[in-house]
Design a protein around this ligand. Structure first.
Ligand code: FES
Length: 98
């Protein structure tokens, strides 16, 4: 049985001029908003703050765990996808998706 579903958010800051990182791309700035959107959708999905899954150039990087898709969107439409992602992942995992 796979573990509980979580949303993992990269909060890494890479040192060095010109090196893109998730902190610099606004990952921390959006955590509270994403958490509020998840709660507002009636979901109980914890957000884990972790460092660098290696997609620094695409960040801010978020991933549904365990083993779910990555999300790097930052606009309002993208954030809605991030919030919908865990529910779709759970439904797919449980075989309850339509
Ligand atoms: S800094 Fe976030 S994926 Fe590397």
């Amino acid at each position: 049985m796979p573990g509980p579903v979580r949303l993992v958010v990269c909060i890494n800051a890479r040192a060095g001029a010109g090196r893109r990182s998730c902190i610099g791309s606004g990952s921390l700035d959006q955590i509270d908003r994403i958490d509020d959107m998840i709660s507002g959708a009636g979901l109980d999905i914890p957000i884990l703050r972790r460092e660098c899954p290696g997609r620094c150039e695409q960040g801010p990087t978020r991933r549904i765990a365990p083993g779910g898709p990555f999300f790097t969107e930052t606009d309002a439409t993208g954030l809605k996808l991030i919030v919908a992602g865990p529910k779709q992942f759970i439904d797919r995992r449980n075989g309850t998706d339509a």
